[in-house]
Design a protein around this ligand. Structure first.
Ligand code: ASP
Length: 437
């Protein structure tokens, strides 16, 4: 596979994985062979990516900030990032709402399908409601409190605490800027070296990416049950997918208009991260690759990429927020629960907050959907039926929305970089799979 560009290698791995999974599930015992002998390769790959995430954030953010020379620039980057992240999220939700109100996918669902789906998935759906309840007991400022760790090692010991690690690292980097240059120089040299080593580790992990996505997709196919139920939800799935595709068009237009870079350039640079997002359903697991691609292939300088990408992976989820808007209205349509205009505005607000609060892991968007549904006062019994209704297609939609989450982060990185004069040419010397337009 040596000569093919990385995204082609990954794509071939994915297709072969689906074919292999389909063949293996067609005979007795085949699925067990995939579970025992193939699935572990995918799990090892995801573990490796997660393993590298926290060290990568720490060293690259410290290097990024200490290269800045000027703290006020960091404040500008932070402010613009937050603003653009909120803007893209609101655009995504508005597109979702518009489409679901036009297409009305929930109106054609028959009573039997509703019954069939909700009884098949009621148990699984109720686990999402329980998970959401633990999120809700928190006060309004709790998310800021949660960002400030009381113990560095405790924070760094869980990938779910990414924002805490970012908080500590930013303080550390800024403090490095505040001491004399001769004092910080040795430390800076250490972090520069560490940064190179960790990026090399990402390269090494990526060597197994094509085989890992093969394993991930093969195991996904053998776990997928009852394709007929999926067809019943075709209009709903299609609404989400059309919305997500529109977001891609918006990103490409924004990149072209604001940074002048062509869609081909952008997609060539970011596609391996997109394909991994699709295969893993996790923006957190994809983060090391997103960061590497954004820096080395899209030309975003480390000062921007090292901040915008990890923050984006944690809080910017345009795909998730669009899905939450569509799913919320779809459930109300299917269950004959009338929504007022005010309810739709509530969806915009709560889906923005819910997508910020969603963890960057598979299935998290559905947990936070509970909060959106409760905000529009959907009764508890309908809520449970509603979640069970969409459960069967959630994994595939999760894969698609994670692609958009990652693409959104890359887009915003480029826009912020351009706005602060930190968008250069890609680091050609580090290219292993040449970009050719
Ligand atoms: N899986 C998504 C992500 O990691 C979150 C979600 O929508 O469930 O970005």
């Amino acid at each position: 596979m040596g000569k093919l560009a990385l995204h082609w290698q990954i794509l071939i791995g994915m297709v072969l994985g689906v074919v292999f999974g389909t063949i293996m599930s067609s005979f007795n015992g085949g699925d067990q062979i995939v579970r025992d002998w193939v699935a572990p390769i995918g799990k090892i790959f995801i573990n490796l990516l997660k393993l590298i995430a926290i060290p990568l954030i720490i060293v690259s953010l410290i290097k990024g900030i200490s290269d800045l020379k000027d703290i006020s620039k960091f404040a500008t980057i932070g402010g613009r990032t937050a603003l653009i992240y909120v803007m893209t999220t609101v655009i995504a939700i508005s597109i979702g709402l518009l489409l679901v109100n036009i297409i009305q996918p929930g109106n054609g669902i028959s009573a039997e399908t509703l019954e069939q789906l909700s009884s098949a998935y009621s148990e699984k759906a109720s686990s999402k409601v329980t998970a959401a309840q633990s999120q809700q007991t928190k006060g309004p400022l709790q998310f800021i409190v949660d960002m400030v760790p009381d113990n560095f090692f405790a924070a760094a010991s869980s990938n779910g605490n990414m924002l805490q690690v970012i908080f500590f690292t930013i303080m550390f980097g800024i403090s490095m800027l505040l001491i004399r240059e001769d004092q910080s120089k040795p430390l800076k040299a250490v972090f520069d070296g560490l940064n190179d080593v960790i990026l090399k580790m990402v390269d090494l992990i990526m060597l197994i990416a094509p085989y890992a996505v093969f394993a991930l997709l093969a195991s996904l196919v053998v776990e997928t049950s009852d394709p007929e139920l999926l067809i019943a939800l075709a209009w709903y799935s299609l609404t989400v997918i059309v919305g997500l595709s529109l977001m891609v068009v918006i990103y490409l237009m924004a990149v072209k208009l604001i940074t002048g870079k062509s869609p081909g350039f952008f997609l060539n640079g970011i596609s391996p991260a997109q394909l991994l997002a699709f295969s893993t359903s996790s923006s957190a697991a994809t983060l090391p690759v997103t960061m590497e691609r954004v820096e080395e292939h899209l030309g975003v300088e480390k000062e921007v990429a090292s901040f915008v990408c990890p923050v984006g992976a944690t809080i910017n989820m345009d795909g998730t927020s669009l899905y939450q808007a569509v799913a919320a209205v779809f459930i109300c349509q299917a269950l004959d629960y009338d929504l007022t205009f005010g309810n739709q505005l509530t969806i915009i607000l709560t889906a923005t907050l819910a997508s910020i609060g969603s963890a960057a892991v598979p299935g998290a968007g559905m947990v936070m959907l509970v909060i959106v549904l409760e905000a529009i006062e959907l009764p508890a019994d309908k809520l449970a039926i509603g979640l069970a209704l969409i459960f069967s297609v959630d994994r595939i939609l999760d894969m698609c929305r994670t692609v958009i989450n990652v693409t959104g982060d890359a887009t915003v990185s480029m826009i912020v970089a351009k706005s602060v004069g930190k968008l250069g040419d890609p680091d050609v010397k580090n290219w292993d799979d040449n970009y050719k337009e």
